[in-house]
Design a protein. Structure first.
Length: 191
């Protein structure tokens, strides 16, 4: 997996956390240190979940090797489609900002886990591709930390209007990556 692909994957998987962080920042108006702590929670959880998916994928890799590219295409397409669906079906930013939200650490962890489940599904796909999961997980975690921290700070200032746009772009990128994997394995393109 090329460094550009790892970066695009990291940005795509960080889009959910970025969107959620913008919303939390709009509601909670965090200080810089609170935004960094939230970013660390999002980043750590987002780094662990693809490793879990990767381990599960390795377990099944021998059984599905002949169709692994179709599985990667399906999983990335489904996650990307879900992100696009959620980005286009959200309630208005004003209504989202007015909704009550919990301030506790448990709510933060639950939000981080919820936004990282797609990374577990992508991790399954990565097992079929033979990637260095350590490099990919660190990249995803670091990117998520940075974007979630920035999202909290942006949300504090700009409100929750930018979150759906980030999620939409992330979904499109994931579908593009899944399509590229499928086309490469079918021999229709070489990169």
């Amino acid at each position: 997996m090329s460094p550009i692909t790892i970066l695009l994957l990291s940005l795509s998987l960080s889009a959910d956390a970025f969107a959620a962080a913008i919303g939390r920042g709009a509601v909670h108006r965090p200080t810089l240190s609170a935004a960094v702590r939230a970013g660390l929670v999002f980043g750590a959880i987002e780094a662990v979940t693809p490793v879990i998916g990767w381990a599960l994928g390795l377990t099944a890799a021998g059984f599905v090797q002949s169709v692994d590219h179709w599985i990667a295409f399906g999983l990335l397409g489904a996650v990307g489609g879900k992100m696009i669906w959620e980005a286009t079906r959200r309630e208005s930013p004003d209504a989202a900002a007015a909704a009550p939200r919990s301030r506790g650490r448990l709510a933060l962890v639950a939000t981080a886990v919820g936004t990282s489940l797609d990374a577990a599904a992508v991790g399954v796909s990565l097992a079929f591709l033979g990637v260095n999961i350590g490099v990919v997980a660190v990249s995803i975690g670091l990117t998520t930390f940075i974007l979630a921290t920035l999202g909290m700070l942006i949300g504090r200032v700009a409100g929750s209007r930018l979150g759906p746009v980030a999620e939409l772009i992330g979904g499109i990128l994931l579908i593009g990556m899944g399509t590229r994997i499928l086309l490469e394995h079918l021999g229709l393109i070489t990169w």
